[in-house]
Design a binder for this molecule. Structure first.
Ligand code: ADP
Ligand code: MG
Length: 230
């Protein structure tokens, strides 16, 4: 799958003025590509993910997912495409306190409308893949921050997305656990041929990216220091 943003502009009302959160943004991420997005707080990173995932509609511009323009779909079509093709991982893992890890994933499958029959086996496969098979029956308060984030990643993959949008997954983690989560995301991206966009303010993770882009004041710049390709 390929994600392509073309000339995106997105604004928020700001008193009697308008705040331009995304300004003429062009961006592309291809299957199997792990792209990091950095930039100061307030530069528009989370807004870019929201627009890319169809959670927010841009004021102008095109959001193409394998050539389908999200902005031209009805809300219902957009929701369906999101459920089938897009996974999200947020800063907080947003797990439900009462459910153990495997049930968090089974619930996600249910919400996404996937057949429950296969969901249990797939949930266990994914927990194994993120290194948590021994902790599948644990509830969030019985897991560390890094482990909770791994459950969140496994949950995002339950629907077999082609595009993974990740917003500051390491901000609550120490360096070692943060780096392990980023390496996991990179490896899953390459293995499953995902297109992954990860927002981070931590420059140490750029080395792990196939490509890095940077935002400032709603504009996107490519990062010349990042290695290209892999
Ligand atoms: P980042 O993720 O890089 O910190 P955001 O995309 O969250 O940046 O925000 C970009 C700009 O848009 C900021 O100035 C922020 O205050 C503003 N903003 C974000 N969300 C909203 C909103 N829902 N309403 C109004 N302004 C917003
Ligand atoms: Mg943000």
């Amino acid at each position: 799958m390929t994600l392509e943003l073309q000339q995106i502009r997105h604004t928020y009302p700001d008193g009697d003025r308008t705040l331009v959160a995304l300004d003429s943004v062009d961006f592309r991420a291809a299957a199997g590509e792990f792209v990091t997005l950095t930039g100061p707080s307030g530069s528009g990173k989370s807004t870019l993910l929201a627009v890319a995932g169809g959670l927010a509609s841009p004021e102008s511009g095109r959001v193409l997912i394998d050539g389908t323009d999200l902005t031209e779909l009805t809300a219902r079509q957009r929701d369906a495409l999101r459920a089938q093709r897009i996974g999200f991982v947020f800063q907080q893992s947003n797990l439900l306190g009462s459910l153990n890890a495997v049930d968090q994933l089974r619930l996600a499958a249910h919400v996404a409308g996937l057949p429950l029959r296969r969901a249990g086996a797939r949930a266990r496969d994914l927990l194994d893949r993120v290194g948590l098979s021994a902790k599948a029956e644990r509830r969030p308060h019985q897991l560390s921050g890094g482990e909770r984030q791994r459950v969140g990643i496994a949950r995002a993959l339950m629907g077999e997305p082609a595009l993974l949008l990740v917003d500051e997954p390491t901000s609550a983690l120490d360096h070692e656990r943060g780096a392990a989560v980023v390496r996991l995301l990179r490896d899953l991206t390459h293995e499953a041929g995902l297109a992954t966009v990860m927002v981070t303010h931590d420059l140490q993770y750029l080395d792990l990216a196939d490509r890095s882009v940077r935002m400032a004041d709603g504009r996107l710049f490519s990062e010349p220091s990042a290695r290209t390709g892999r």
